[in-house]
Design a protein around this ligand. Sequence first.
Ligand SMILES: [Ca+2]
Ligand SMILES: [Ca+2]
Length: 342
Amino acid sequence: MHPPLRSPDRPRSARPAEPRAGGPATGRALARWLLALSLAAAVHSAPPTSEALGRARSARHLPRWLFQPRPVAQRSSEPIAVLRPPVSGRVLIRAGVYTMGSSPEEIALALELCRSEPAGEECRSEGFADEYAPHPVLLRDYAIDRTEVTVADYGRCVALGRCAPPPIEAGGRRFASPELPQVLVSWNEALAYCRFRGGRLPTEAEWERAARGPAGRRYPWGEVYDRHRLNGGRFALDPFEARDGYVELAPVGSFLAGATPDGIHDLAGNVEEWVADWYAPEYPEATEIDPQGPIGGDEKVVRGGGFGHGAAWVRGASRSKDVPSARRAWRGFRCAYEAEAR
Ligand SMILES: [Ca+2]
Ligand SMILES: [Ca+2]
């Protein structure tokens, strides 16, 4: 589960670069400090059962380049603007079986990754126990957005009166650029947008299949973490990581080398993503067919980690959760569609 635990008493281990946009320097510093505190407050709280813990321990689609290329500054720290066509559209994922969830060995590796972070002494294996048990899942054909839903996308729905305007206060205006992922939306608002588009939120199983592929790779691009392939962060009092080019949000599709082989972007990092399912602290061991998650609950599943999360929390199998009404500056979503609706 993520986001990582963090101690407010821990000294700052490093200063990140200044944000790309925002208000006066002191205002930005305050905003970032508040965001860091908010990230810390959003710590996963529900420990898994001792039974789950014991087990954990023992153990396509052609791109449509119909748009004019537009300049996109790919790295905020470099003075070069990289011209590339915008990423858009959907990817069809064919029906098939894959293994959802993590083995005890994979959970142990996640813990190792966690312990390598600046605040690694706070890592506990129970933080990842909810990825257990690995189990076969059969999914039907479905389609999923290539990118996180953008501010421009969401704004079209707002303009038509079909979506609620996001509560962007003065301090959050830096999150309102058209090419950035839409943040500060509740689960219900995310669902309303996807319905407006003729879709729905992806199930947790669909999201994980999109990120891990049929063979269950660890990250969208492969097996090894590489901070240059995503907009991520770190497990520390100050979770911001600017060495990937972005302190906070990045324009969607900025990390071409971080896409899945079938061209789905930012499934690791940038914004963590709402999915359809209610949260349950463990998976069944039996084979599931097109699982939809529990029939009810208090919290919805969130996937993929955001710009404040490190290597362990941006794995394709990593899970998090939050109450449906929550709005976070590091959380967005993407939509899924029935295959025939493409
Ligand atoms: Ca970053
Ligand atoms: Ca993401």
